[in-house]
Design a protein. Structure first.
Ligand code: GUN
Ligand code: ZN
Length: 442
């Protein structure tokens, strides 16, 4: 057991209505092992009410610091770290000119292993403790990233990027000695599920890159795999860019919409997370809600690539799940603060339509408890285990120093309520605000 005395930020259990942040100026967080030996939150609340429980427990006092849940990044590309900040006229030229040439390099185990070390360092430096990540179309990259995450005890979900057409030949999934590339990619995915899924804090995601780079046979196979492994995740991209949508409609004309293509192949359900979800109609939104699939909103990427603005009003009116994501390397930052600020700016677009804007509590929730809910890592009582610091949650958290820069110190000192404090950190924060990232250890 160990206790921390600091200011504490966490979220009330989910219920109808807007998410509610909880804040304790002089708080106590008690962590200790659960039945499986993993460090989890044992108690959280005010120091005055809880300190008696900690008589025999070492207490680390962190005056002036705020402990908050580790951030959850719902969509990030591990092999795109090097191409962050590569300008293009839009998604498809960006993929062709920067993304595909870089991802080819991940066929090399040495290249992938070095990049995995850097990638995980960067996540942790930025306070990200849970990720749903894309690897490349080579098993080497999946193995490299899982191995690195396992070494650090990081909660990480990833999978082999499925692509059997419309990409450079050496980036397409490779055929086996007896079988074609499509079948081999599905066999490789299944072997990786068996090797990694559920091992410690790791999970597997069936990962068709996006419909245009898969044949019908590959999407069908991915759907069949999903049916056989109902607790693995599914991740892909959808409705990000108008040229991409036109292409997907041409390739899959029988489907009602681009999104429906995934449904037609059995790829929509709980634990299916689709990046972007910008250019939707209400039938798409209803399909998201009814299937239990969720959106990974990636506002820095959407602004950088000129893709469009996620429609928060539409999502809330119909009612499907979503959370925030960096989408590095289309996204421009690993920092959850940069992503939350970009989401605020994107939310202004909907404000003009519906009179709503995103509150700082809501933005923070989208990158922590809200994103954790989307991932569906749950305890036996059905409550999410990541993205929050309620008792029972895995003890992944950040220690924030609100005086990390002169301007942060000046601005946060002026905050007269929780919203002002959170907003100051969202607008001015970056990796300097993260003094420490603590990962739950087994
Ligand atoms: N659509 C298909 N692949 C990608 C990718 O790597 N990044 C983004 N942003 N969109 C995609
Ligand atoms: Zn992406």
């Amino acid at each position: 057991m160990k206790a921390y005395r600091a200011s504490l930020l966490w979220f009330a259990p989910h219920h109808e209505g807007p998410p509610q942040a909880l804040y304790e100026e002089d708080g106590l967080l008690l962590v200790g092992p659960n039945a499986a030996g993993l460090q989890v939150v044992q108690a959280i609340g005010s120091w005055r009410e809880l300190y008696a429980q900690c008589a025999q427990v070492p207490v680390e006092h962190l005056p002036g610091r705020i402990i908050a849940p580790g951030f959850v990044d719902l969509h990030v590309h591990f092999p795109q770290t090097n191409i962050i900040g590569s300008p293009a006229s839009g998604l498809l030229p960006w993929l062709e000119n920067y993304t595909f040439p870089e991802e080819k390099r991940f066929a090399s185990m040495d290249y992938a292993a070095e990049a995995a070390g850097f990638f995980v360092d960067e996540l942790l430096r930025n306070g990200v403790t849970t990720t749903l990540a894309f690897a490349s179309s080579h098993s080497t990259s999946v193995n490299a990233l899982f191995a690195e995450a396992q070494k650090r005890s990081l909660r990480l979900i990833t999978g082999l990027c499925l692509m059997d057409r419309n990409a450079p030949a050496d980036l397409l999934n490779q055929p086996g000695s007896q079988v074609d590339a499509t079948l081999q990619s599905l066999l490789d995915s299944e072997a990786l599920i068996q090797q990694w899924h559920g091992k410690g804090r790791l999970g597997y995601a069936i990962t068709p890159r996006f419909a245009p780079t898969s044949t019908d046979a590959q999407l069908r196979g991915a759907g069949e795999l999903a049916e056989r492994y109902p607790d693995v995740w599914i991740q892909s991209h959808v409705a990000e860019n108008l040229h991409e949508i036109a292409w997907a409609r041409e390739l899959f004309p029988a489907s009602r919409s681009y999104l429906s293509t995934y449904d037609d192949f059995g790829l929509m359900r709980e634990r299916a997370v689709y990046a972007h979800c910008i250019h939707f109609d209400d039938a798409d939104r209803a399909l998201m809600r009814e299937s239990g699939a969720s959106a990974a909103i990636s506002p820095t990427s959407n602004l950088f690539l000129g893709s469009g603005f996620f429609d928060y009003e539409g999502a809330d009116r119909i009612g499907f799940g979503y959370g925030l994501a960096s989408d590095v390397g289309g996204g421009t930052s690993f920092s959850p603060f940069h992503t939350m600020l970009a989401a605020y700016n994107v939310g202004r677009e909907g404000q003009t339509k519906a009179g709503l804007s995103l509150s700082p509590q809501h933005l923070w929730w989208q990158h922590t408890a809200g994103a954790g809910r989307v991932l569906g890592v749950k305890g036996t009582d059905g409550q999410p285990l990541v993205g929050n610091l309620l008792p029972g949650c895995e003890a992944d958290f950040v220690v924030l120093n609100p005086k990390a820069t002169p301007l942060l110190a000046r601005k946060t000192a002026l905050a007269s309520n929780l919203d002002e404090l959170l907003f100051s950190m969202i607008v001015l924060g970056d990796d300097r605000l993260i003094e420490r990232t603590v990962i739950s250890q087994a």
